[in-house]
Design a protein around this ligand. Sequence first.
Ligand code: GLU
Length: 505
Amino acid sequence: MTTSVRTRFAPSPTGDMHIGGVRTAIFSWLTAKHHDGLFFMRIEDTDQDRHVAGSCRRILETFDWLGIQLDGGPDHASLQAMKSEEDYPGALNDGSYRGIPGPFIQSQRLPHYREWAEWLVANGYAYRANETPEELERLRADVISRKEVWSFREEMRLRADVDPSQPHVIRMRVTPRDGTTHLRDLVKGDVAFENANIDDTVLIKADGYPTYHLANVVDDHLQGVTHVIRGDDWLSSAPKHVLLYKYFGWEMPKFAHVPNVLGEDGRKLSKRHGATSVFEFRDQGYLPEAVINFLAMLGWAPGEGDEQNVFTISELIEKFSEDHIGSSPAVFSYTKLDWLNGVHIRRMPVAELARLLTPFVQAAGIALDSPELKAQFMAAVPLIQERIKTLKDAAGLIDFMFTDIPPVPAASLVDKKMDQATSLNALRETREVLAQLADFDPTQMEHAMRALAERLNVKAGPLFTIVRNAVTGKSVTPPLFGTISVMGREITLQRLDRAIDALSR
Ligand code: GLU
């Protein structure tokens, strides 16, 4: 028996991971890590019709980007080494890891399910049945027409003697027929289900594959799972699982059925609300640690009186507790995610931020293809670190430093508080001051420019506005003198000359 905490993420390979599924995976992972336990992944592919090729790789890429390591599972290198036509990396196929028995793909574990289904039959907890889909449909319609709840029962069998060598299914025998089955859930509390409403569910299908219910219970037991953390859309399946654990005489894991993630309009989060795939968030310039921080707080809070919102990964691991998962649906606020992302960006070392920003600014057309440009970019990063919410925001704040700007219209070069002649003169004087400045650094520059405003008897604000427009072509930029200093003297003077020229015509 396992004593240490073990959790799993058990996706079906049916497409990209929805952000709500990622949140559930994060809860499982944090539970394991908080207790110094293991977190692993199992692919639940028993519904072969729904299999979407490439899903497993995308799921693994999601974890890889988030920086969540599956214990003993495929790592970054093995993911990179996967051939494009391969559906599963070796680490999931191969034996066992860290004491957890594999393989980790259900279609490769079929003998286990068969063995335990036969055990249930032999011990009276399951039976064979062979009604055709058409016969089942007729039975169902009959029950529904009597306004009763449809659940298959042994008594409905059309042929009680089923030849085991012929195609058939194995169904669980819900016992007792009346009474209630209780689930003690960490999130939902004590939930009671009427046995009368629990279907004699198929455990082994006619194609020999198990259904989700049997495979999930058998695997969670054999793989020593201590906490089953999953979306609450699985709550209605839980009584079947509770019964199976009882029939087998196995210790029940702890269950936590986590409420859905909703959009701000109270409806289930979907494309309608915005991005829902982790890859979209990655491509829009969100940081993995911000996404984890944000998702961890969708339905979990550190506890009474603790107002902390911003967490590093190790703080989350330290503070997370499965006992504090909330029972009401969590609302996905894109505004909060933006805010958190900005906070995590500001906490980052500049060099690391520059490394992460590079592909984004390059994609926006800023070529950082010489050591000079790279150095200039490094100098620009601290200017924008305070101002960006996503990595994608950066290019728009610094592009004018690296690419030519369109001619600045004369109207932007004359401030409302200064007439044309004063503005022109101010720009000329600015050019001289900047040309003469001994060190082209922000402090000296600001000092000299304030002195100039005084000498010209104009207000510093309007003066700085027209200078900003002239040298950047934008009315909003990172701090002016830091920006000018990063741009360098040569380009700054050229742009001032162009502005002076435009105003003199
Ligand atoms: N395969 C199920 C899914 O796709 C797993 C549910 C569970 O965690 O038990 O969500």
